[in-house]
Design a protein around this ligand. Sequence first.
Ligand code: ADP
Ligand code: MG
Length: 704
Amino acid sequence: MRARRLEKLGLKTAQSIIFCLPRDYERPAPPKRIDQLRDREPASLIGTVTDRDITSRTPGKSVFAALVENETGAVRILFFNQAYRMEQILVDQKVMISGTPKLNAMRMEFVHPQVTVFDSDEDIPTPRMLALYPLTEGLRQKDLRFLVAETLDAVSDQLTEVMPEPLRHSAAVRLGEAGIETPTVLPNIQTTLRELHQPSSESSMQFARVRLVFQELLVMQLALAMRRRRLTSALKSPPLPTTALIDARILHRFPFELTGDQIKAIKEVSRDMSCQFPMNRLLQGDVGSGKTVVAMYAMMLAVANGHQAVMMAPTEVLARQHYHTLKKVLAESRVRIGLLCGSISKAERSRTIDAAHHGEIDILVGTQALLYGDIRMKKLGLCVIDEQHKFGVNQRVALRSGGVDPHYLVMSATPIPRSMAMTLFGDVELSTLREKPPSRAPVHTYLAHDGWKDRWWSFVIERLKEGRQVFVVAPRVVASSTEVESEPLGKSHEEESLENEDVSSVETIFKELSSTTLSEYRIALLHGRMPAEEKQATMQAFADGEIDVLVSTTVIEVGIDVPNATVMTIFGAQRFGLAQLHQLRGRISRGTHAGHLCVFTDGDLPPAENERLKLLEKTDDGFELAEADFRLRGPGDMLGRKQSGMPPLRIADPLRDIDILTVARTMAQEMIDEDPDLEAAEMSELKSQVIRRYGKRLDLGDVA
Ligand code: ADP
Ligand code: MG
């Protein structure tokens, strides 16, 4: 019976039993002060017996009473018909008493309390922590505690230690330096499991937890470091180093001072590009943080070294925008720039492809769809991918040229929390632009309820009269559909509950606004189901100022730059993730005029009562919002954990354990630098754990 229940919980082997770790602990209350006891409230206390007496020795009629005192007062304890207590409870003895006191006259009295007698002061225990296990379906916590204790006793000396003592020692030092409290050596595996299941104190339980969390993260980071190393030694790229002269020439072209973060990112990129293995760097930064400058620097660096660069954008509008920016910045130089996108004539297209092939174009800009075709560059050195939201450990793009791999720089405005970048995308290097270029106008965010609609639209009309342009965003294309259009972050998180609800749709809103409130303005509709050319034309017209109001799904989320658009209304906001809303908000922070975003939700709950949306109102920091998304919705939702191909962690939580993760990552890197295949004899257990857990997934096969 018990065996079957255990099996149901997945506890078939001794191994699975002792690694079924407590989810929490029951911590008995510490002894009470006598002056804080309350009538009829259970309590325990420690004190000294100062007096005792028995009223009658007649069996069946005796009353034993004793006085127990400590610095905080005195209580009386009473036992009826337990004359033998006279032999157990002596004057001057230290005792612990647990029970429910009652007030009798001015004194608290415990009738038949539990009494523990201590021989000496050292025996006085701190109240014991008891493990609370997850999923005990059909089993009592007590049974599980017993089973675990039994198993632990039986197999404790057969446990394999994957972290030899010197490693546990250096880990403790490094964790200590990072501000994590540890003993001088992390506990060995026996002590670790013992302390987790039967803690002797809060701190030793914590040390045990740190050790196991560290171990899990170290194993993962070792796997990732091995993989990084293999990638970098297997692939060859042209080294594209910078010099003071090149650096000065490139910087000279920008009409503004770079921000500190841009300079730092440029340094990181240049360092990577000077190596003979491919850069694999993710440049993340909030909308408007100036990622393009870093990308342009990298491309010019490639060209300065006699190589070509390509830049891919997800939409044609964006590709054109980059093309024009590059043209402007490089106007008086010899750098030749080409553009490839859908609306270009066939003849011109083949001319461009031909020129790129013969090395007559230095920088080729285009949409991804086109550039992934069979374009043969003469001497490709760098590939920049803009506004890429989805990465996976296994993602590398197959764009090669003459047998060498180009360096990769991938840019994203959906910030990935550092913890996630280090776990899910361990082989990608990360550069971050946190600082924004100066003199950006702020965006005001308002959480509105339906009662505000009239007021809001008259505000919008005032801005329109001033010549500004306006976005209106809703989650759905048509009202009747159950489908939510949410690009490019994938599916919305509440799709399942959509069927019978009123969800704002762009078609309904478009009809309503164009026939009533905004009928005097040039208003257009945009969504993912429109034919590509039509979408293209509409976005371009809006960018060119030929449209005043664009009613759109989230297709506008991706990097389009229309500085004159400063007002946005979002309907059905509860359907969107925070990072996505922030990304949308970024569309109206491009110019010198302050932006205004008004957020409405569908249904009864006004946005001001939605915890997530309140955060959006409160902070303008994309990283903070991404962290919150990660916490509230899980990483899978944000970027597709499945895609990343990493197994889930069992004990560690990257968000909570970010400091331990950072130490594990640094140490893993150092260990692999020193011993690339972990061949040292004392590392053999550790290595087999790495291979067992990650070998297949990360394709580390032949290391084993
Ligand atoms: P994003 O990171 O969203 O791609 P962009 O690279 O498009 O941002 O930059 C947004 C705007 O800020 C552009 O108009 C760009 O010219 C400007 N910009 C970038 N860096 C700076 C800087 N250091 N100082 C002033 N303006 C800058
Ligand atoms: Mg951009």
